[in-house]
Design a protein around this ligand. Structure first.
Ligand SMILES: Nc1nc2c(c(=O)[nH]1)N[C@H]1C(S)=C(S)[C@@H](COP(=O)(O)O)O[C@H]1N2
Ligand SMILES: [Mo]
Length: 537
């Protein structure tokens, strides 16, 4: 006999029990994220699928959700909703199954067997599905465990989370439906269930409060404010202060590695795999090296682009200590956030390719890869893997996080130059100086040039959109691995509109390409043009 009122009541109680179970699970997951570094499914899922998108889809989603940050927020929010939805639905289904079997004999602990099996199977199915779907990202650990240990901890945490969910669901529902004494009239039995529902709701709120508090703490560290932060403007320095160095990350919340858990492993195709602690790494002979980093997504004239003085260990020292075998093709780099990237083994063996732990005399900051990152001169930013946990020597052409989307295949930084002073602004795709120039008054145009690891030989300057060129002065050029700062004095003689342009030549004698190319898939090229308005004096 169908009794819609009863059905709804039971479903409601199942929903309540399911939500309390979900809250208990959420608390466990957020505790595990905070102190153990395990990425919960709402955070792990977007990471799992981002590399599988092609670049056009990826950028298309940026457009729909308000940039990379909007997409990240959407991903996390959908994940949270998904968890609540699954937790609620399983709770409702459980209640209906148990309720449909009130007359069935009960097993141990007075549990309905079919209901208990349903919860057990649901938890197992969730666990196995999570492992299957999330497998490639289970090796992330935001506290710094290297990949294999990280994966084991992720697997155990997920099992614990789903088990806890099932146990709390069953207990909560049993608490709600505890049989009342037979003598109690039906009306007050309903009242008893209502009172217990209130008690259970309060217990749920008690679980929700700390979970929310920890979630808030994670949210306060979230990347919404700093991902894609540029270093630009007329006041930029040859060496960027650490807190202004450009920042790019795939993460919603960056790793906060603890050196107690962190290890740097060297493994794969080597005779002797090793794992270094932070103290062991920083006790090795160190090298200081100034090197400029630039993101592949840096538009011409933009500031995903900074220079710093790094201290660390040449990667080839670490590789040599493990004895790489014949047939090594690439190094596959793994990071605490599950990020991976690769470059040629020969590049890894160049003396300037480093694993660094200091930036401008200070330990790396959490956003720039504490405790250790790769610095690989000549290759785009993404190859400079932050929060490094493992260097794996491989015998094939492996693909990293972004390369899977279709970036590359060439990640060598082409020669380029741009203008940063006086101040200019970008509007409708045109860069124009903010203030007018005056006839007869000498102004100094300042800019930067970069040629990967090939070194900037010279920079030329044109005030007539490239019709005529003259040599710019080099103001800063410490080595071939860094940007150069340049300047040129300009005294306009006629009022009007001028197009100021620069071009660089690298130390091999190759000039910067004038071809305008967008950032996809191998980084932008072309001259930086800034429009100058000259007024009569
Ligand atoms: N582990 C990890 N390393 C990473 C990234 C990341 O998301 N995770 N982003 C890469 C990208 S795309 C760039 S451009 C540089 C940026 O380094 P920065 O933030 O220190 O400037 O880090 C690279 N290394
Ligand atoms: Mo990047």
């Amino acid at each position: 006999m169908i009794n819609a009122g009863r059905w709804l009541g039971v479903a409601g109680l199942g929903l309540l029990a399911g939500l309390v179970g979900t809250l208990a699970m959420a608390l466990l997951l957020v505790v595990a994220r905070t102190w153990l570094g395990v990425s919960p499914p709402p955070e792990a899922l977007p990471d799992r699928f981002a590399p599988t998108l092609d670049i056009d889809t990826f950028f298309g989603l940026f457009g729909r959700f308000g940039g990379y940050n909007g997409l990240k927020q959407f991903g996390v929010r959908s994940g949270l909703l998904g968890v609540v939805a699954v937790g609620s639905l399983v709770g409702i289904a459980y209640a209906l199954i148990v309720d449909g079997a009130r007359s069935r004999p009960r097993g141990r602990w007075d549990l309905d067997r079919r209901g208990a099996s349903f919860v057990l199977v649901s938890a197992l199915v969730l666990w196995v599905t999570s492992l299957a779907v999330l497998w490639p990202v289970l090796d992330a650990n935001y506290r710094g465990l290297p990949p294999t240990a990280a994966r084991i901890v992720s697997i155990i945490t997920l099992l614990a989370a789903y088990t806890l969910y099932g146990a709390v669901l069953v207990s909560a529902y049993r608490f709600l439906m505890r049989p009342a004494a037979a003598a109690v009239p039906r009306s007050s039995r309903v009242g008893a269930v209502g009172r217990r529902a209130v008690v259970l709701g309060a217990a749920g709120a008690a679980l929700a409060a700390p979970a929310y508090g920890l979630l808030r703490r994670l949210y306060d560290r979230a990347t919404f404010g700093y991902d894609g932060r540029t270093y630009s403007g007329p006041d930029i320095q040859p060496i960027a202060p650490n807190d202004r160095f450009y920042t790019v990350t795939k993460n919603v919340v960056d790793p906060n590695v603890t050196t107690a858990l962190w290890r740097l492993e060297v493994g794969g195709l080597v005779d002797e795999p090793r794992a270094y602690t932070y103290d062991e790494l920083s006790a090795l002979p160190a090298t200081d090296q100034e090197t400029t980093l630039m993101c592949i997504s840096n538009q011409i004239g933009s500031g995903l682009f900074s220079n710093a003085a790094w201290r660390g260990v040449p990667m080839r020292d670490l590789l040599a200590a493990s004895g790489p075998r014949d047939g090594a093709v690439e190094v596959l780099l793994h990071a605490a956030d599950g990020f991976t990237d690769t470059f040629a083994f020969d590049k890894a063996m160049e003396p300037t390719t480093m694993v660094v732990y200091e930036m401008n005399g200070e330990p790396l900051s959490p956003h720039h890869g504490y405790p250790a990152r790769v610095v690989v001169p000549g290759l785009f930013g993404e190859k400079n893997v932050k929060w490094l946990t493992r260097i794996e020597v491989v015998d094939h052409d492996a693909k990293g996080f972004y390369e899977q989307q279709g970036w590359g295949p060439n990640f060598e930084i082409p020669t380029r130059s741009d203008i940063f002073g006086p101040r200019w602004a970008r509007a409708g795709g045109t860069d124009a100086f903010a203030e007018p120039f005056s006839v007869g008054t000498t102004a100094t145009i300042r800019g930067r040039a970069f040629a990967g690891d090939r070194g900037v030989e010279r920079v030329e300057f044109s005030a007539d959109d490239g019709e005529t060129w003259r040599e710019a002065k080099i103001d800063y050029r410490p080595s071939a691995l860094t940007w150069a700062f340049w300047s040129a004095d300009w005294t306009p003689t006629e009022p009007g509109e001028y197009r100021i342009v620069s071009r660089a030549t690298d130390e091999t004698g190759a000039p910067q390409s004038a071809d305008r190319r967008g950032i996809v898939p191998q980084g932008a090229s072309g001259y930086h043009r800034v429009v100058a308005r000259v007024e009569g004096s």
